[in-house]
Design a protein around this ligand. Structure first.
Ligand code: SIN
Length: 283
């Protein structure tokens, strides 16, 4: 197994490992250690995975969305038929499959942060990619926190925010993907603005433009302005890695300390399968 850093901001590439079969505990530990050492982004190159193998590998991290706890109901139509754990980020028309989610994740976000137990890692497998474009950006939320001054870090550590799937209507997400249940707060949760990563023990910012709607302790205008500052501050170029995909890349990112953004700048087919591992209640 060879592990190579991808950028000074975050991320590493692993070659020489095959996760389709029985990965030893030692190799799995080396993968998770590399994920933490590189601040929550890894790409495993040259994987050949069936949906069942993708799910089996993902379960090594924990319980998957789509098993005991479903994805939000408007996402159901984008799941791979027969596989409630696999979300299709895809603009490709595939025989026997309904249309996948086009322009999935075309805004900065942390997956499923609107649930009491948000996502731990997401594991995205590139089956077909455009000849150019369709890159994904990853932003290091440890460094976003660490770049703040001590008094601001302390102030933010006393705050709680609301994460709400219905907020997606405010950032251009089509209304057909927001249900009455979402609008009534059925996919909303409250989390600390600064969380401590359970494995690394490090603190990071845990707000994102896709889902974070409000800082509860502040007046609405204060909340709007502080969130806008935090969103802009987080995505400084020095904190970002831009991934140019290759077919058979298996990308793992840790939603607890990373935001991501899928760039929708392509016309050709792009077809990807994602599993999402449930995390713990943020503290
Ligand atoms: C997502 O937000 O999970 C989709 C990412 C991508 O398609 O690059």
């Amino acid at each position: 197994m060879r592990i190579t850093s991808l950028s000074p901001a975050l991320g590493a590439e692993i070659t020489g490992v095959d996760v389709s079969g029985a990965l030893s505990d030692a190799d799995f530990s080396a993968v998770t250690q590399a994920l933490h050492d590189h601040d929550g982004v890894l790409v495993l190159r040259d994987q050949n995975l069936s949906p069942d193998q993708h799910i089996k590998f993902s379960r090594r991290f924990g319980e998957l969305f789509g098993e005991t706890e479903p994805y939000q109901d408007t996402v159901t139509k984008y799941l791979l038929p027969g596989y409630p754990q696999i979300f299709r980020a895809s603009n490709k028309i595939v025989e026997g499959e309904p249309q996948g989610r086009t322009r999935a994740g075309n805004y900065w976000h942390s997956d499923v942060s609107f649930r009491p137990r948000p996502a731990m890692v997401s594991i995205l497998y590139a089956i077909e990619i455009p000849s150019i474009g369709g890159d994904t950006l990853f932003c290091n939320m440890y460094s976003a926190y660490e770049r703040l001054s001590d008094p601001v870090q302390q102030f933010l550590s006393s705050l709680t925010s609301r994460h709400d799937f219905a907020r997606n209507t405010n950032i251009g997400f089509s209304h057909e993907n927001i249900s009455a249940q979402d609008l009534e707060g059925g996919n909303a949760a409250e989390h600390p603005v600064v969380r401590t990563h359970p494995e690394s023990g490090r603190r990071c910012l845990f707000v994102n433009p896709g889902n974070t709607s409000r800082i509860l302790e502040l007046h609405p205008r204060e909340s709007d302005e502080l969130l806008e500052f935090l969103f802009n501050h987080s995505v400084q170029e020095e904190s970002i890695y831009r991934h140019r995909w290759s077919v058979n890349d298996l990308m793992i990112w840790d939603n607890r300390c990373v935001m991501h953004y899928a760039i929708a700048d392509y016309d050709e087919d792009r077809y990807m399968h994602r599993t999402t591992v449930m995390g713990e209640k943020p503290v």
